[in-house]
Each structure stands twice: as C-alpha cells, then as structure tokens.
Design a protein around this ligand. Structure first.
Ligand SMILES: Cc1cc2nc3c(=O)[nH]c(=O)nc-3n(C[C@H](O)[C@H](O)[C@H](O)COP(=O)(O)OP(=O)(O)OC[C@H]3O[C@@H](n4cnc5c(N)ncnc54)[C@H](O)[C@@H]3O)c2cc1C
Length: 432
C-alpha cells in the first residue's frame, strides 16, 4: 500500500522536502505518493528582494529573481496549484479551494509566514499608496521601493522593524548598510540621516553578534539605532511607539509584523499568530501524531530563514523515512541557521549558529586539517567578520539556491546540524 505524503506550501521549505523525499524514495520500505500543494506557481528568490531596490546587477528585475515552480519540482511529485482552505487532523485530510480533499498518511506543513501591515494603525493604507512608506518584503514592494529610492533626494530615511519575529532578522540591517552605500555613491549621504528603529535592544538578538553589528553600523557608517521601540502607529510624517517616543521620517522602509498561517491556528495546530506548535528537536507537531512542520511556520526558537527551512527539510525527510520504516522520529534538529549579512561597500559578514550556540568568529565551512591539537582551519570564509569573499558568497548564493538547494542536493561540507569546527568560542569567555 502506498504511503500518502502531502506537503503544504510551495516555498523553499516545501520544495526542498518534496524533492529530497522524491529522490530518496527508495529509502522507504513502502511506495510513496508525494503531493505538494501551494498557490505560488511563480517562485521568488526572496533574499534577492534586498538587492532589487538598489538595482544591483543581476537583481534589477523580478524576472531575475523568479522561476516557475513547475520547473523546480521533480518528476514523480504531484504538484497541485491551489489554495489550501482547511487542515483536518482528525480525518487526516486537507481541503483545497478548487481541487477537493487530499487525504494523507503524513502531512508536512511549510506554509511560511506573511506580513500583516493591517495590524498597525496607519501602515497598510500608506504602503498601498506607496508614496513615502514602502517595504522590500514583497516582490511588488521591492519594485516600488526601487522607484522611491531613485527619486529620493535626501532627508530622513527610517528603516523600521514593527515587531519580532520577522523573516530574515538581519535583512533590515543589511538594507540600512546598502542604503548607506547607495546614497554615498549618489552623493546624498551628507544630506541623509539613516535610522534603524527596532523593538530589540540593539541591532540583533544574539549578544556577541549584536555588539559587532551595532558597531559596524553606528561606527563609520554613522547609522543611528533607536532600540526598544514597540511600534504603535504610522502617520504621514512619523512613526510612534507605545511609550510615546516618536521618530520622524521622509522615507519610511517598513518591515511590518509577521504571522504564520491561519490554517494552523484554525486546526488547533498553532497559536493565534499562526505559528505551529513544533517539537524543536524532531520537528513533529506536538498536537498531531501524523504531522511535521518546517520553515517559517514553526514556532521553534531559531531564525525564520531559508537556510533554516533547508536544514529542517533534511530532518523532516529523515524522520518521515524513520517512521515509514517503523522507527521513532529522532531528535535531529538543532536550530542550525547560516546567514550572510551584507554590509555594503562589497563586504558581508557570515554567521552560523543554532539554538544553543550564538554566532562567534571563525572560518566556514567547517574544514580542518592537522594532527592532535595542531589543526588548521581551511574554510575560506570568515565568520563574524566583514570580507569581500563573503559578499561574493552572498551574491552567488542565488545560483546555489536554484540548482543545489531547491532540488534537494547537499551543499558540500554544510550539514543540517551546526558544526563547532572552525569556530572560536574563546570570545564567549571575554563577554561572560
Ligand atoms: C527580503 C527578504 C530577504 C531574505 N533574505 C534571506 C537570506 O539572506 N537568507 C535566508 O536564509 N533567508 C532569507 N529570507 C527568508 C526566507 O526567504 C524565508 O525564511 C523562506 O522563504 C521560508 O521558506 P518557507 O518555505 O518556510 O516559507 P515561504 O517561502 O513563505 O513559502 C510558503 C509557501 O506556502 C504557500 N502558502 C501559504 N499559505 C497557503 C495556502 N493557504 N494555500 C496554498 N499555498 C499557501 C505560499 O504561497 C508560499 O509559496 C529573506 C526573506 C525576505 C522577505
């Protein structure tokens, strides 16, 4: 009898999982029927939306960041382009808008997260008008912001994170750095005050990285950081915080609040903000025996990032095979995240961390040679340090995304669990 695996969501998480399972279907001792359901036939490389407003070469048009999902999903997977309207964990089926119901033996949800600007007074309508308030978190928003930056003649540029969690928590910092570089080249830097306004207590969450990033942006780049700012409302001239603090703007780049999927909340698989109750080690739903979650729609305490979705897809694939073959799911997930942070002027920082281990300096990928305690780290990329190689790594990642990640291949030397090799943890003694 075939085992029916239904994957919800046609973003990177869903695609990597479905393609990986399909390639390794011989690992299961029963035949598999894999169905992927999603309503985005056009797949956007979302990290590219950071570069589009600055018209970086290779990132100028949406066509350079998008491909048809049908071409990215391997033969053998049934791809249903439809809107999922309900998950019923009791009858083990999923309802779609136009194609009826899909019963499953195992369900994997990779429904992502979405921005909800309507939850902030004054934000949604100003984003819609698109005159002085923009976001690069959607394809059309990034295009509109490119036009706004083109016409910008200096003034107060404010980048605001409304609340956490957001996708790719470093993207707003990267945007601030790229804006600084862009405005300098346009000879507008002297006429512009750039401010990053964040609900966090600094530029980033993890202490060592926060100190480093705050230093990078407030130092030579002279970007102001306003921290602990809980956004209440937006009007035509300023953003306001619940404590009465206000920041005026001429051009506002907003990162609106994010939510997971309503479907998870309604099926009692997730909280009121739509993030699914997930076992942080097995990635299995803590509410239903036959459901796994991966990517942005989980509630596990790591970044909402494509790299995380990729590492989690490998864990879910392994645990599905375990269960189909009669075993128990294994605690394989460690919250591994790996991100390039673009800092402008053709430089970037690379960070690698997991649930328990914050980003520290070192080399990447984790490659060592030598005997006993005399080891040399061969990883060419610097961790938690700016370098030009990291910048080129970030730009070339688009190719890796389409041709290595999405098809479900392994990136050489990069495992789904974080490796301590090449990392210098002595810095933690200094900050302790
Ligand atoms: C500007 C920006 C920059 C970023 N930069 C980076 C970066 O440098 N590095 C990094 O690792 N990550 C980055 N990310 C984050 C990364 O893109 C996301 O974390 C990643 O896309 C999550 O993948 P996912 O599959 O979990 O969710 P998603 O990509 O959101 O995919 C979810 C899919 O589910 C579909 N779906 C949802 N609901 C339904 C429904 N009811 N019916 C049918 N289909 C549905 C959606 O259409 C979508 O296709 C960035 C994101 C942004 C916005």
């Amino acid at each position: 009898m075939e085992i029916r695996i239904v994957v919800l969501g046609d973003g990177p998480g869903g695609l990597i999982l479905a393609n990986t399972l399909n390639r390794h279907r011989d690992q299961a001792n029963k035949p598999l029927q894999i169905t992927l359901i999603g309503h985005s036939p056009l797949h956007t490389y979302q990290p590219g939306l950071l570069f589009l407003p600055f018209q970086t070469r290779g990132y100028r048009k949406l066509e350079e960041l998008q491909k048809h999902n049908r071409k990215l999903i391997s033969t053998g997977i049934e791809y249903v382009t439809d809107t999922i309207t309900r998950i019923d964990p009791d009858s083990k089926q999923v309802e779609t808008q136009s194609n009826g119901n899909y019963p499953y033996d195992f369900l994997v949800t990779a429904l992502g997260s979405r921005i909800v600007p309507e939850s902030i007074e004054g934000l949604a309508e100003r984003l819609k008008v698109g005159q002085r308030v923009h976001t690069f978190y959607t394809p059309n928003g990034a295009l509109q912001l490119a036009r706004a930056l083109e016409g910008f003649n200096g003034g107060r540029l404010v980048i605001n994170i409304a609340e956490m969690p957001i996708k790719c928590p470093v993207a707003p910092i990267e945007f601030a750095c790229l804006a600084e570089d862009f405005l300098r080249k346009k000879r507008l830097r002297e006429k512009t005050e750039i401010t990053l306004v964040t609900p966090l207590s600094g530029a980033f969450t993890k202490p060592v990285c926060n100190e480093m990033l705050t230093g990078v942006i407030t130092g030579m780049k002279a970007i102001k950081v306003v921290s602990d700012f809980q956004l209440e409302s937006v009007n035509d001239h300023r953003i306001s915080c619940f404590d009465g603090n206000e920041v005026p703007y001429d051009l506002l780049v907003s990162i609106p609040p994010h939510e997971g999927s309503d479907l998870l909340f309604k099926a009692e698989l997730g909280d009121a903000t739509g993030f699914g109750y997930t076992d942080r080690q097995t990635l299995k739903s803590t509410r239903s025996e036959w459901i796994y979650l991966l990517g942005d729609n989980t509630n596990v305490p790591t970044s909402k990032a494509g790299s995380v979705a990729h590492f989690q897809a490998e864990v879910v694939y392994r645990n599905l095979i375990q269960e189909i073959n009669g075993g128990e799911p294994l605690p394989l997930a460690d919250g591994h995240a790996n991100c390039f942070i673009e800092t402008g002027h053709q430089k970037a920082i690379l960070i690698d961390f997991n649930y328990d281990s914050q980003p520290v300096p070192g080399r990447f990928p984790p490659l060592q040679m030598g005997l006993g305690s005399h080891k040399i780290n061969l990883g060419p990329m610097k961790l938690l340090n700016e370098s030009t190689l990291n910048h080129w790594g970030k730009l070339s990642f688009k190719w890796i995304y389409w041709y290595v990640l999405l098809p479900g291949f392994q990136i050489p030397f990069v495992e789904s669990r974080m490796s301590p090799v090449g990392k210098d943890y002595s810095i933690l003694d200094k900050v302790a």
